[in-house]
Design a protein around this ligand. Sequence first.
Ligand SMILES: [Zn+2]
Length: 155
Amino acid sequence: MRCPFCGNIDTQVKDSRPAEDHVAIRRRRFCSACGGRFTTYERVQLRDLVVVKSNGRREDFDRDKLERSIRIAAQKRPIEPERLDQMISGIVRRLESMGETDIPSKTIGEIVMESLARIDTVAYVRFASVYKNFQAADDFDKFVSELRPDAKSDE
Ligand SMILES: [Zn+2]
């Protein structure tokens, strides 16, 4: 696994343990080149999901993108990181168990809103308000940048 700080490929696993009620394995990793520490999660991928946008375009479902948008919506809210991880895993499991590999982006947005509404109203409102524009723009990257409270073009 490449070190996210210095790009060194030779990183070591220092600790592995079950996380999220044994749905994932959490690994603490150490980079011997820069001394950086980071965490990775290993999960079962039941099937490869494809997101179908409202304009008909398809793209591979990307858990990281989903997670990023949710974390931005939940920024600085009093939500336990573990709770958020569980919520995200729950959303992905729901998507994976829908019995279809093709999932409309609208469905994903609705499931996220439903889940966020249950844990934090502010995060829900943030996500929902941007989601409306997203429906029009239908561009996930734009969506993520709009969710960012201090929207800068730094990515
Ligand atoms: Zn490093």
